[in-house]
Design a protein around this ligand. Structure first.
Ligand SMILES: NC(=O)c1ccc[n+]([C@@H]2O[C@H](COP(=O)([O-])OP(=O)(O)OC[C@H]3O[C@@H](n4cnc5c(N)ncnc54)[C@H](OP(=O)(O)O)[C@@H]3O)[C@@H](O)[C@H]2O)c1
Length: 297
């Protein structure tokens, strides 16, 4: 199952190297509503709330209404804040409901908690306690933790209060650092959401297209391996994006894979790439060169 990631949609030129204007963002979300994809991921702070505002506009103006789409958003600290208390989680929740035009969320994450001390986040009156209260009050069906730092994410799993965990950029064709975290989270009963299967673009775009790897310029080794992957995929007439996507979607431990989109045609490509047949010879070749785990079949 795929989920549409919307961090590019607010317009984040410093991260993605291009801007997305509001009309294109709204058209992209409308295309999602017409597609088989029914899961959208955003956050309070993507482009200072602009991602949520644009999604909200698309949901309100959609001809057929929002349908059964599941919205996941994230609680963020106030801009430049040095603390993230429970009161800010509730305020962030309220801001997100207003922008998106809903009164509750199916999935509500605590966003990048590694920005703050674990003791601060888990103290009485703190952010974690407020997350649990939102679920108790029926304002979130599932509460999650979304972040990048693997050892810190493991500590949040071990609290035993979260239903979902999202980690990004670290379970891809090029980086499997999150493998043990996935096992740990699933064994603890959480759903694992894998975000950024293209490592922020590198595993979908040609090397010549000024792609990014984990939001930075790629190392020469990553450029070489990605060039080989493109070549090998071309031999089998498969886009690298399809291989990179299915590396994640075929893993039975992963409940959903979040892919960033910037335009309506990206939504169509995502649907196609999820369904595309990939010859077993291509998997065999890639498995041998990249030493892929046995979960990839
Ligand atoms: N801490 C967190 O909670 C966290 C962190 C990271 C990500 N996320 C979530 O996960 C989502 C995905 O991460 P991401 O967007 O950074 O990385 P990603 O999904 O690995 O890559 C997205 C980039 O790939 C490019 N792309 C997508 N489909 C393509 C295609 N068919 N052909 C060529 N290029 C394609 C897009 O570029 P163009 O469309 O511009 O060409 C887009 O900017 C985010 O949007 C966000 O919702 C959450």
């Amino acid at each position: 199952m795929v989920c549409v990631g919307t961090s590019p949609l607010g317009g984040l030129p410093t991260i993605y190297g291009y801007d997305v204007e509001a009309g294109q963002a709204v058209a992209t979300i409308r295309r999602v509503l017409e597609s088989p994809i029914d899961f959208i991921d955003t956050s309070n702070e993507y482009a200072n709330g602009e991602s949520e505002r644009r999604i909200g506009e698309a949901l309100r103006s959609a001809a057929g209404g929002p349908g059964n789409v599941v919205l996941a958003t994230k609680a963020d600290p106030a801009l430049w804040a040095t603390e993230f208390p429970g009161s800010r989680v509730r305020e962030s929740f309220r801001e997100s409901t207003e922008r998106l035009g809903v009164d509750r969320f199916e999935v509500f994450y605590l966003h990048d908690p590694e920005r703050f001390d674990f003791g601060h986040m888990t103290a009485p009156g703190g952010a974690v306690e407020a997350m649990v209260q939102l679920r108790t009050d029926g304002l979130a069906t599932a509460i999650g933790v979304a972040g990048g730092d693997i050892s810190e994410m493991r500590r949040y799993v071990d609290l035993g209060v979260f239903d979902v965990i999202l980690n990004h950029n670290q379970y891809t064709l090029l980086d499997r650092s999150a493998d043990a975290l996935i096992d740990h989270a699933v064994n603890a009963g959480l759903s694992f959401i894998n975000a950024a299967p293209y490592a922020s673009g590198m595993l979908a775009k040609q090397v010549s297209a000024r792609p990014r790897y984990q939001y930075r310029a790629p190392s020469p080794e990553i450029v070489r391996t990605t060039a080989w992957l493109h070549q090998e995929c071309a031999r089998f007439h498969v886009p690298l994006a399809a291989l990179a996507l299915q590396f994640s979607t075929r893993d039975p431990r992963i409940s959903s894979t979040v892919v960033g989109v910037s335009a309506p045609e990206r939504v169509d490509e995502l649907v196609e790439n999820e369904q595309r047949e990939i010859p077993s010879e291509l998997w065999d070749s890639v498995r041998e060169r990249l030493v892929l785990p046995p979960t990839v079949t």
